[in-house]
Ligand binder design. Structure first.
Ligand SMILES: *Cc1c(COP(=O)(O)O)cnc(C)c1O
Length: 393
């Protein structure tokens, strides 16, 4: 048979994550490649979900989501960010942020439209823009030599706008760089959106995982942005239950209605029992979220120090699950080569950051390490990397 896959999706083969996980298993490596926690979410969340299933919450919930969850989402967005969304028409529950991203891009991007994305970018953005028939206009996040954090050049952002630009995709806190956009950075993006009448789609799955004195600011909270922004969040990172695949989209009614029109034919609805349990956790587990944030901050420091000792140049990380490490001080140039070699050589797996770029040269020298793991797992990875560095040097 000829290749049956539609042409525009043919570049999306097996992801590097699957390959690295396979390598990690074969070599019995510590896998710091994929970003999922190895501890569970709050006990009450797990127990409530089990109870709802046993008590019979097992049929289709309403397509837009259980009202309990939509109300809880509306309340926390109001409480934390001062953003008010009507739980009935401006909050919509999806099968994880992934389906929220898919439905947003498929419902808003017309064939030939351009989408501005910051690179490195989460891998589903590129694939969904392609599936929608749109085109990417990447704007690079680069390490600022003074602060050590990744940021963009506002002039590059402005230069990326063309008459065909439809929307800007924004991820903050940012995977994989760990940057949490400041209000000033967000204002640069907001100004471009307002001037050119663009829609913004924001991926905020790490909204509560920010470190030190950084706090997440939703783009929708900037002047003139509420009416043109769709914000996407998810329970996966919020409560360390990445298998639960339950997320939500908030925004003005016309944008949410667009998402709803497409999503009713993608997944129709998300798991109802989980939605009920999540609604309670959002209301009642604020302390768990804060403890998780502080715990992750400690893990970031633990891994950053270890990677530094092993010879990597570690970038500033203000949020998320990830550290970006520059491999050049170790004498390496290509992160993909090192990522393939590291499991056998050191017993540790990471992800080459270049897979998150359109302009792969921008990220060639970087590896992404996940630190959302038990302390003993991180310590073992660090011990192995130190040994590898010592033996190699
Ligand atoms: C994990 C992740 C997602 C996917 O979230 P799900 O709720 O599991 O679908 C989306 N965006 C970013 C940046 C992520 O890191």
């Amino acid at each position: 048979m000829e290749e049956p896959l539609i042409e525009r999706m043919r570049v999306y083969g097996e992801t590097i994550f699957a390959e690295m996980t396979r390598l990690a298993v074969e070599t019995e490596s510590v896998n710091l490649g994929q970003g999922f926690p190895d501890t569970d979410g709050p006990r009450s969340l797990l127990e409530n979900a089990s109870r709802h299933i046993l008590e019979g919450v097992n049929q289709y919930p309403p397509g837009p989501g259980r009202p309990e969850l939509r109300r809880a989402v509306s309340r926390y967005r109001s409480r934390h960010y001062g953003l008010d969304f009507d739980p009935d028409s401006e909050v919509y529950v999806t099968v994880g942020a992934t389906a929220g991203i898919a439905a947003s891009l498929l419902s808003l991007v017309e064939r030939g439209d351009e989408v501005i994305v910051f690179e490195p970018m989460y891998d589903s953005y590129a694939a969904m823009i392609s599936l929608a028939g749109g085109e990417r206009r990447p704007v690079a996040l680069r390490r600022d030599p003074e602060s050590g954090r990744f940021t963009f050049d506002p002039a590059e952002l402005r230069a990326a706008v063309t008459p065909r630009t439809r929307l800007v995709m924004v991820n903050t806190p940012h995977n994989p760089t760990g940057t949490v956009f400041t209000s000033a950075e967000l204002e640069e993006i907001a100004a471009v959106c307002r001037e050119h009448d663009l829609i913004a789609v924001t991926d905020e799955v790490y909204e509560f995982l920010t470190f030190d004195d950084r706090r997440h600011v939703p783009l929708a909270s900037l002047p003139g942005m509420r009416e043109r922004t769709l914000s996407i969040s998810s329970v996966g990172k919020m409560f360390a239950v990445t298998a639960w695949k339950t997320g939500w989209v908030t925004g003005p009614e016309p944008l949410v209605r667009a998402v709803r029109t497409v999503n009713q034919f993608l997944t129709f609805s998300a798991n109802g029992a989980l939605q009920l349990a999540i609604a309670d956790a959002i209301e009642g587990e604020g302390e768990w979220i804060e403890a998780q944030r502080l715990s992750l901050q400690g893990k970031r420091d633990r891994l950053a120090e270890g990677l530094g000792d092993a010879g990597f140049d570690v970038n500033v990380c203000e949020g998320t699950y990830f550290l970006m490490a520059d491999i050049r001080p170790l004498g390496y140039r290509d992160g993909e080569d090192l990522a393939r070699a590291l499991p056998a050589a050191a017993g540790v797996a990471a992800v080459p950051a270049k897979v998150f770029y359109d302009h792969q040269d921008e990220g060639r020298h970087l590896l992404r390490f996940a630190f959302c793991k038990k302390d003993e797992v991180l310590d073992e990875a660090v011990a192995r990397l130190r040994r590898w560095h010592r033996d190699a040097g």
